[in-house]
Ligand binder design. Sequence first.
Ligand SMILES: *[C@@H]1O[C@H](CO)[C@@H](O)[C@H](O)[C@H]1NC(C)=O
Ligand SMILES: *[C@@H]1O[C@H](CO)[C@@H](O)[C@H](O)[C@H]1NC(C)=O
Ligand SMILES: *[C@@H]1O[C@H](CO)[C@@H](O)[C@H](O)[C@H]1NC(C)=O
Ligand SMILES: *[C@@H]1O[C@H](CO)[C@@H](O)[C@H](O)[C@H]1NC(C)=O
Length: 321
Amino acid sequence: MLRRRIRTIALLFCVITFTMFLFSYSLWDPSHFFFKQALHPKRPCSCRHCLTELDDDPWFADHLNRSIHPLMTRENSVLSEETYKWWQSLQSVKQRANFSEVVEELFQVIPDEVLYMDASPMRCRTCAVVGNSGNLIGSDYGDLIDSSKFVFRMNHAPTRGFEMDVGTRTTHHVMYPESAIDLDNDTRLVLIPYKTLDIQWLISALTTGTIKQTYQSVPARIKANRDKVVIYNPTFFKYVYDNWLEGHGRYPSTGFLSLLLALHICDEVSVFGFGADQSGSWHHYWEDNHMKHTGVHDGDYEHNLTSLLVENHKIKMFRGT
Ligand SMILES: *[C@@H]1O[C@H](CO)[C@@H](O)[C@H](O)[C@H]1NC(C)=O
Ligand SMILES: *[C@@H]1O[C@H](CO)[C@@H](O)[C@H](O)[C@H]1NC(C)=O
Ligand SMILES: *[C@@H]1O[C@H](CO)[C@@H](O)[C@H](O)[C@H]1NC(C)=O
Ligand SMILES: *[C@@H]1O[C@H](CO)[C@@H](O)[C@H](O)[C@H]1NC(C)=O
């Protein structure tokens, strides 16, 4: 009799504890994985919003093609003739190098890995794509940017002296030879190649330092962790131009290419430092350079696409000051 009573009380205690645990969990964060998964067993990720939820958005589903991998591997580096021709026409620099031989040499210097294709209901990869706009000045976004799992920056993008507004962490630094800078050991270098020579430059810059010139002088060597270097896939580059820009401009800007990389490898994307500041002025947050925002890029078209991504809740845009 007593045993039975003890057992009943113990059971009751367990049930109450468990219920309280669930209740406090749900109060603490109603979007918590446990509940969302229980309510929607097929959610593609465990974040508050998953940009990978395609079903409800035909426009997005129409543009996005997940079967094209954003980063180069030995296997996906074989380019179609059409892609190769388009890619080689972007920056005409005299060159006779054999692309597949250069790629082979590349993967003797950097690892050949398939990265980030691990989307799952358990994953919540939050990403901040940080552009270089002057609208970051006085924005106080530093902590918000640093709280993302991945932080993408591009070209010169300094953080020292701007920590309050741009943050301190950089997990991925997107650059090309003409915009290259030294990186921390923990930061991944993401090279956007516009020509075979750019890949040759990377090999050289990480080893012998013999290439000092493309169409302008470039750093002979850069500090970067070789084990963390990745290359933007030319096939993906062309996909961004065809599927997203639909042929507008000569080729996509670094900002737009970085955004599309994030769209393909992250579950939640927040965008900072894109566009003009409130006075309509285009300049970098660290210098007083006044630029035209078009040129080889169709800035207006890219801006429209970015706005559509915001309207369709695929990305969050932080407009700064
Ligand atoms: C996605 O890209 C692959 C490889 O280029 C292609 O075969 C496929 O048809 C594309 N899918 C869509 C829906 O466009
Ligand atoms: C490039 O090199 C590969 C392997 O060495 C060779 O099979 C191929 O024919 C070369 N391509 C050109 C265009 O020379
Ligand atoms: C950089 O990181 C690698 C691991 O990726 C490590 O082996 C190496 O010792 C680090 N170098 C420095 C200078 O910290
Ligand atoms: C951008 O969108 C606006 C409003 O929808 C439109 O008037 C404009 O022509 C678009 N610009 C480009 C370059 O497509």
